[in-house]
Design a binder for this molecule. Structure first.
Ligand code: PGA
Length: 252
């Protein structure tokens, strides 16, 4: 059985005090959520304090990105994966579509970030997803399989249990337009097939594939009812503790 993951991506929202406030408000609301892994991803500057304040809770903390470089060095503005781990993060998101679209991430850099995250002992949430134009051109699966193969190349079998894939169709992110549960399921099943061909069917069966893109308390149950949807990466609806807690506590 794959344990679901409900992860909140706070993007570039919240000061340090707002981040701590939301994290502390969330803590009691999800304290009984043993059916899934609960993850929040605050901005870099809030990571250490949020990790400290959540110590001993069932909420795990993720960074939203990391450097392609594994070692410290002259890389102005970058934060290495091992530094994230050093302040208590357990997860890192790589390849989010906003980073691919606006900050130059490519499958090659996403692969290096994935490798860096794994080397640091982090669980890597690698995001993939097609744009509206690509979907309408009928190439959504080609795009996503290219991102999976490119992003995860060179991994060993033992790396794979620390990989989580998030399928986030770009046209559904922040738009209020969710993929239907059936559209999401179709792509998730496809991703699992690509993973099986590339790695092994055991690894594919164990892989957790999250859906992301306008996930809300009122659509999570329909998504989670699909056989290949193992959780969600939530943006907007994760910013408030009560709405994120309602997603965590979805129960099918
Ligand atoms: P959204 O964002 O839930 O606001 O659509 C999802 C994401 O970007 O991870």
């Amino acid at each position: 059985m794959r344990k679901p993951v409900i992860a909140g991506n706070w993007k570039m929202y919240k000061t340090l005090s707002d981040s701590v406030e939301t994290a502390l408000a969330l803590k009691p609301l999800v304290a009984n959520a043993n059916h899934c892994d609960v993850v929040i991803a605050p901005v870099f500057t809030a990571l250490k304090t949020v990790c400290d304040r959540l110590e001993g809770s069932n909420i795990k903390v993720s960074a939203q990105d990391c450097s392609t470089e594994k070692e410290e060095g002259a890389h102005t503005g970058e934060v290495a994966a091992f530094m994230l781990r050093d302040v208590g993060a357990s997860h890192v998101i790589v390849g989010h579509s906003e980073r691919r679209q606006f900050y130059g991430d490519t499958d090659a850099t996403v692969n290096r970030k994935t490798q860096a995250g794994l080397a640091a002992g982090l669980i890597v949430i690698m995001c993939v997803g097609e744009t509206l134009e690509q979907r309408e051109a009928g190439i959504a699966q080609n795009v996503v399989s290219g991102q999976i193969i490119g992003g995860l190349s060179g991994l060993t079998a033992s790396d794979l249990d620390r990989i989580i894939v998030a399928y986030e169709p770009v046209w559904a992110i922040g738009t209020g337009r969710t993929a239907t549960p059936e559209q999401a399921q179709e792509m998730h099943a496809f991703i699992r097939r690509v993973f099986a061909e590339r790695h092994s069917s055991d690894a594919a069966q164990a892989l957790r594939i999250l859906y992301g893109g306008s996930v809300k308390p009122d659509n999570i149950a329909g998504l989670m009812a699909q056989g290949d949807i193992d959780g969600a990466l939530v943006g907007g609806a994760s910013l408030k503790a009560d709405s994120f807690a309602r997603i965590v506590n979805y129960r099918v």
